[in-house]
Design a protein around this ligand. Structure first.
Ligand code: FES
Ligand SMILES: [Fe+2]
Length: 423
């Protein structure tokens, strides 16, 4: 349960809001890199309540500016993308990827260049990594260190990042990813099916044979780790360790021989959220089968794989006949089960009437951390959780059988996987 004013503080992300200002202090995925073609169509991108365009120019570099033309506000999504710049089709102003106006043909020839040089265009730093274009929208002169997660430094063939646009507030997206207690219930239809998604067969049998795990949390400088621990009774523990990298990222445990899986929950505005699903393999190219397993039943559009989700007016196409064998009645897709439940809670849910139990402790903890962070940020402290390159690189979730004597909180997932793979 959350007081209305705290709920507002966490969920309002528009320009000038405390949370909106703080979230801009993190690099965030904006669009798929492959959706930007050199000299091709600019992509509209809405983030934290404002409209932008991303575009790739002739030399391959990417620009990121407000959608409104710096002259009189015509949409730059309509602009011509020509010779290393975006040219507004209203009066022809042309902006390069450094945010410089390089032409304004309606101005008198003798004063044109001097005038163009005086025009200010806000452009934002971008990076391409993990198949995504990332942007920093914050106020600092120097952006924070780029989040060098493992998936951001792999060949294209090893990573698949797709985005789903969903109609709910970003905090609901994050809470869906950190809430582990729903997995065995909401997704039980898939867990009980022949081909469970994103979990290896032997892990599934360990998880289901030892139903209720002991759950422990470990706070870190980037958020928290959560261990779901099952004592196997033979001196070993089956540990599923999730990573929550605030404010946007969660990493889902997977067996050493399975691809890794990350999620980013990025606010579009108060009522819309971009859900990034990132599948990656650090050792080898992803197989089509692994990608298909995660995205089966979705729209097939990597820029919005949730475009066929449905909505409240059609109850998201719930198939009640299927509920005899499939618990939720949403047998199309696991991600869709999450999206639908979150949409069903309202576009910016009221948390003042919740009745939380022990299974919800992680929600309480994360809300507490976010509230503390945003209040400190308002008081002038820097945004927390930004890490160094090495720290980002070391983050990986894991599901593995380990000796019960191993302190899971200090377990290095990458090292452990390497050892297990060698065995
Ligand atoms: S509004 Fe774009 S050039 Fe005038
Ligand atoms: Fe889920």
């Amino acid at each position: 349960m959350l007081k209305t004013e705290d709920n507002d503080l966490l969920t309002r992300v528009g320009p000038g809001t405390p949370m909106g200002r703080m979230l801009r202090e993190y690099w965030m995925p904006a669009c798929r890199a492959a959706s930007l073609i050199a000299d091709g169509q600019p992509q509209r991108v809405r983030l934290v309540g404002e409209n932008f365009v991303a575009y790739r120019v002739t030399d391959g570099s990417v620009g990121f500016i407000y959608e409104a033309c710096p002259h009189r506000g015509a949409s730059m999504a309509l602009a011509r993308n020509e010779h290393n710049g975006l040219r507004c089709i209203f009066h022809g102003w042309k902006v390069d990827t450094c945010g410089k106006v390089v032409d304004c043909p309606a101005e008198p020839v003798d004063t044109r260049d001097a005038f163009a040089a005086r025009v200010k265009v806000k452009n934002f730093p971008v990076r391409e990594a993990g198949g995504m274009v990332w942007v920093y929208l914050g106020e600092q002169e120097q952006p924070p260190a780029f989040p060098e997660f493992e998936f951001n430094n792999l060949p294209d063939s090893h990573v698949c990042a797709q985005r789903g646009l969903v109609h709910y507030n970003w905090l609901q997206g994050l809470e869906a990813h950190i809430d582990a207690s729903h997995v065995g219930i909401l997704h039980s239809g898939f867990l009980n099916s022949k081909k469970p998604v994103g979990i290896a067969k032997k892990d599934l049998s360990l998880a289901t044979a030892h139903a209720a795990p002991r759950t422990e949390m470990h706070l870190t400088n980037y958020g928290l780790r959560e261990g779901a621990l099952r004592d196997l009774g033979n001196g070993n523990t089956y540990a599923r360790i999730r990573e929550v990298v605030l404010p946007f990222f969660t990493f889902i445990p997977h067996a050493p021989d399975e691809p890794c899986s990350g999620r980013a929950t990025v606010p579009i505005d108060d009522e819309w959220d971009a859900e990034w699903y990132i599948l990656y393999d650090t050792q080898k190219p992803l197989t089509g089968e692994a990608v298909e397993l995660l995205f089966q039943g979705t729209s097939g559009d990597p820029d919005n794989f949730a475009s066929n989700l449905g909505g409240p007016e059609n109850l998201w196409y719930q198939d009640r006949a299927s509920m005899i064998s499939h618990f939720s009645g949403f047998p199309r897709s696991v991600p869709f089960e999450d999206f639908i439940i979150q949409e069903s809670m309202g576009v910016r849910m009221d948390r003042s009437n919740e009745q939380l139990g022990r299974a919800d402790l992680i929600l309480v903890q994360v809300r507490r951390m976010l509230l503390e962070a945003v209040k400190n940020f308002e008081a002038g402290e820097p945004a927390p959780w930004n890490l160094t390159k090495q720290e980002y690189e070391s983050i990986r979730a894991i599901a593995a059988t380990i000796p019960s004597s191993t302190p899971w909180k200090e377990l290095n997932a990458i090292e452990t996987m390497r050892k297990l793979a060698a065995e």
